[in-house]
Design a binder for this molecule. Structure first.
Ligand code: GRF
Length: 218
């Protein structure tokens, strides 16, 4: 049985497309059943529609409070029978009750090696800190921003000549490999949240995960 996945976006949607494309493989353990954007003009919505995935725009500006916006997202996810939520460039912070309700069932991708460089402008923060390696992280979402238990990470070099844009361009294709891998781990139950930590099943090749996501994992 494939797990029903809902993706939350706010913009471009390249990670969303990586998930949609991975989920097209017959043996992938998840199906993307809905894409929801808080921004009606998000380019990702058109990409999802072109890929035959149901889309919804739930504009946060139409809601009086964070909680009422969260409740509308929650209701939409429930009505689509969503079991796992993937945030992919979703630029709204959720109130704690939503994060708690979906705890262990909601993933996010962030373009740094967490716990370093949380929040906005992660690439710029990494360059300012002078790190030689950066990368991306998929983690379970908790009420604290970008601080949830880590499912998978992948690394790239930081070059002396890098700008935030060149570093972002090196990390992004790695995100597109890492996110489907992390969703695969979670949807198959190979990664699960237990007492605030991610437990990886013994069969997962952890050495390979550490260096880079496995090239093939289906
Ligand atoms: C990605 O870099 C992701 O890590 C961050 O926001 C960006 C979204 O890009 N959270 P896209 O919309 O998936 O193309």
């Amino acid at each position: 049985m494939k797990r029903r996945v809902g993706i939350l976006i706010s913009g471009r949607g390249s990670n969303m497309m990586a998930l949609i494309e991975a989920a097209r493989a017959p043996h992938f353990p998840a199906d993307v059943v809905v894409v929801i954007s808080n921004r009606p003009a998000a380019p990702g919505l058109a990409l999802a529609r072109a890929a035959q995935v149901k889309t919804l725009a739930i504009d946060h500006r139409q809601f009086a409070s964070r909680e009422s916006f969260d409740a509308a997202i929650d209701a939409a996810l429930e009505s689509e029978g969503v079991e796992l939520v993937c945030q992919a460039g979703f630029m709204r912070i959720q109130a704690a009750p939503f994060a708690r309700r979906w705890l262990g069932r909601q993933l996010n991708i962030h373009p740094s090696l967490l716990p370093g460089f949380k929040g906005l402008e992660a690439h710029k923060q990494a360059l300012q800190a002078g790190v030689r390696i950066s990368g991306c992280t998929v983690h379970f979402v908790t009420p604290e921003l970008d601080a949830g238990p880590i499912i998978a990470q992948a690394a790239v070099p930081v070059l002396a000549s890098d700008t935030p844009d060149t570093l972002a361009a090196r990390i992004l294709p790695v995100e597109h490999r890492l996110y489907p891998f992390a969703l695969w781990l979670t949807a198959t139950g190979r990664a699960r949240l237990e007492e605030g930590r991610v437990i990886l099943e013994a069969s997962v090749n952890q050495t390979e995960c550490l260096i880079s996501p496995a090239a093939s994992f289906a």
